[in-house]
Write a protein that binds this ligand. Structure first.
Ligand SMILES: NC(=O)c1ccc[n+]([C@@H]2O[C@H](COP(=O)([O-])OP(=O)(O)OC[C@H]3O[C@@H](n4cnc5c(N)ncnc54)[C@H](O)[C@@H]3O)[C@@H](O)[C@H]2O)c1
Ligand SMILES: O=C(O)C(=O)C[C@]1(C(=O)O)C=C[C@@H](O)C=C1
Length: 295
């Protein structure tokens, strides 16, 4: 099924995620003009220079009053105030979607702040990104062969969900549907927990008295384990708060596994240590093969 062109798209938060969507959707010929809304004038100027957006605005309500589709791609902690600001001005037909990394909170915020617009609300999450941020990090191919998870509300009109899905497909992505709770549990395990671990580990190294010496000798293993500790602190603060319960459960599970590993090292249990590493290695190798096949 081919999708119609969306004439006016407003991207609220023109960073890595919103900017990459704008670039890919424009290249696919699926959108007319893109208005970028942001809180940083410098970032909006850069987005204009790079052709990520066609127009810039710092007035979210004014920009959205003429929107056919609004993509909110700010940190999730900003979404309440964005939904609140646009609620009185949204055209009745305008679709509101988002790119937030958590979905239970976004669904609740849509219900609280856009109660008369729920048929046009399509919560979504592209499973692609990086540790870079801002409009300058936006790239055309970010969503090629990546997944996007949509968590429609019961009120979401099928045509609105399908239009958002089609736009993401036009950006190269494969679209999946989940409930918000399942989404948040899965991503607590495979995205949110590893980010917290990377932040905790690098912070621990940085606080050691011999940190400079340690960093001097850190190499590719350190680099591969810690890349994501370079990610945007505000984004990860907001995700940690929004997905608190699922994340606390995963932290507890991880701590128990770390305790088990500690006991094996303390006991000098060579065979058990080997089994422990072999179990994880097999799972990682199998996952990586699947990931490469699908990329
Ligand atoms: N980075 C990733 O890997 C990734 C992947 C998938 C989803 N996400 C989600 O996408 C969203 C955006 O992440 P990103 O990586 O593009 O971040 P980013 O920092 O690159 O971009 C966010 C932009 O939003 C702007 N902004 C913040 N508050 C605003 C407000 N109130 N009004 C207007 N603009 C505002 C910021 O100035 C910034 O330009 C987040 O919700 C994040 O959880 C991120
Ligand atoms: O590649 C990265 O740096 C990412 O952190 C991307 C990543 C992930 O954990 O895989 C981060 C947050 C998201 O919401 C989706 C994708």
């Amino acid at each position: 099924m081919s999708v119609q062109r969306v004439e006016t798209v407003v991207i609220v938060g023109v960073g890595l995620i919103g900017g990459s969507f704008a670039l890919a959707a424009k290249r696919a010929g699926r959108v007319g003009r893109v208005i970028g809304v942001g809180r940083s004038e410098k970032n909006l100027r850069r987005a204009l220079e790079l052709g990520v957006i066609d127009e810039a605005s710092q007035d979210v309500a004014a920009a959205c009053s003429a929107a056919d589709l609004v993509l909110v791609a700010t940190p999730v902690g900003q979404m309440a105030r964005v939904f609140d600001a646009i609620a009185p001005v949204l055209p009745a037909h305008a679709i509101v979607t988002d790119a937030g990394s958590t979905k239970g909170d976004v669904v609740a915020l849509m219900r609280a702040h856009l109660p008369s617009h729920l048929a046009r609300c399509v919560p979504a999450h592209p499973i692609a990104g990086s540790d870079l941020s801002g409009a300058a990090a936006a790239q055309y191919g970010l969503y090629e062969n990546r997944k996007v998870v949509i968590t429609p509300l019961v009120e979401t009109a099928p045509d609105a969900a399908e239009l958002v899905a089609e736009l993401w497909r036009a950006c190269g992505a494969n679209v999946h549907q989940m409930g918000p709770d399942e989404h948040d549990a899965v991503f607590a395990t495979v995205s949110h927990l590893p980010h917290l671990l990377a932040f905790a580990y690098v912070g621990m190294v940085a606080d050691k008295p011999d940190a400079v010496r340690c960093f001097d000798f850190a190499a590719t293993g350190f680099r591969d384990f810690t890349r994501i500790a370079g990610s945007h602190p505000e984004m990860w603060r907001d995700i940690s708060l929004a997905n608190r319960d699922a994340l606390l459960a995963e932290l507890a599970r991880y701590r128990a596994n770390l305790d088990a590993l500690t006991r094996l090292v303390e006991a000098g249990a060579a065979d058990e240590l080997n089994d422990f590493f072999e179990h994880a290695r097999e799972a990682r190798v199998a996952w990586h093969q699947r990931f490469l096949r699908n990329s």
